[in-house]
Write a protein that binds this ligand. Sequence first.
Ligand code: ATP
Ligand code: MG
Length: 335
Amino acid sequence: MTTEENSNTSDSLFKHIFKWRLPLSKQTKHRANDTKGSRKDENLSDDVVKIAEGGFSKVYRVRDSNTGQHAVLKEMSITEWSDTVPSSIIREISLLREMNHPNIVRLLNVQQRNIIVNLVFENLDCDLHEFIHRNDFSANPLLIKSFMHQILSALAYCHAHKILHRDLKPRNVLVDVSNKIVKLADFGLARPFGEPDTIYTSNVGTCWYRAPELLLYSEEYTGQIDVWSLGCMFGEMVSGQCVFQGAGQDDELIAIYSVLGTPTKETWPEVATSRTLVPSQEYAAIDLKRIVPRLEPEGLDLFSRMLVLNPNKRITVEAALNHPYFKDLNSKGKP
Ligand SMILES: Nc1ncnc2c1ncn2[C@@H]1O[C@H](COP(=O)(O)OP(=O)(O)OP(=O)(O)O)[C@@H](O)[C@H]1O
Ligand SMILES: [Mg+2]
């Protein structure tokens, strides 16, 4: 892997980086609420538009007035957490610098000015959440197939390099609309895996896309958590609705059981015998076709293999890439 190409692009694109006047939030805490969507902020110059604000960062789309090129700045303030650069920022930077894959967002540059760290990314048009809710995918099932294949390729790359994403959700996948390319983004919760007996914190990821082994507070997990999240995104692309919408960890698990059935000694022995959550009723599995009625049979087969409660029985990324659902795509994942 090389970052040479990235640095060349960043040199030409960001020669004038410091002329952009970002409203550096030195004293103020970032608001906890997300303010997604292209929103022009009065304090910003014409070349800067705030596109998102989360708990830990503000994200701006910036334009180089000399070249007309766009980039995206993710601004984080070190003092939001402590006096030192937080491990999540270091982790995101160090992992992204090493990544070189057509379906992973490119980190072009990193800047630090006092307490502000800016990650400079290539610009994409929108995230997958916006794309799903602005477009009717049902008219274009091949596009879903292509997006699924592209995301799986990026995940295979991450897992081959022993990196778990851990926060896969439509907001963290970016879309190049005209070229129909999707890219994984937001590696703030990602981390290396693979060392034997490594214990990880289980309180990661967004609840609606969180794998059941994480919801059950398992502290030993694998790349199969990313497969689960992608399975949820698959269902959302096909149906336009998030598949499991629980209001909190336990409720999310109930939402999952009410579709896939309560685990048994046969389906998931470890959990059935040591229940950390005993639902007030036993659920029987429903026919998954009811959730994604428009999905072709091979797609339904893949969907049902991705959403398997027991991670040991869930399809792997490699096996998913070779699933017959993708047989009508070329090797680049295009129709
Ligand atoms: N390179 C990019 N091109 C276009 N939009 C982007 C880009 N990077 C981020 N965004 C937008 O900004 C949003 C927030 O970015 P990101 O997920 O990296 O930050 P975050 O602070 O971790 O957000 P959250 O806490 O909501 O997950 C994304 O959901 C997406 O809408
Ligand atoms: Mg994010």
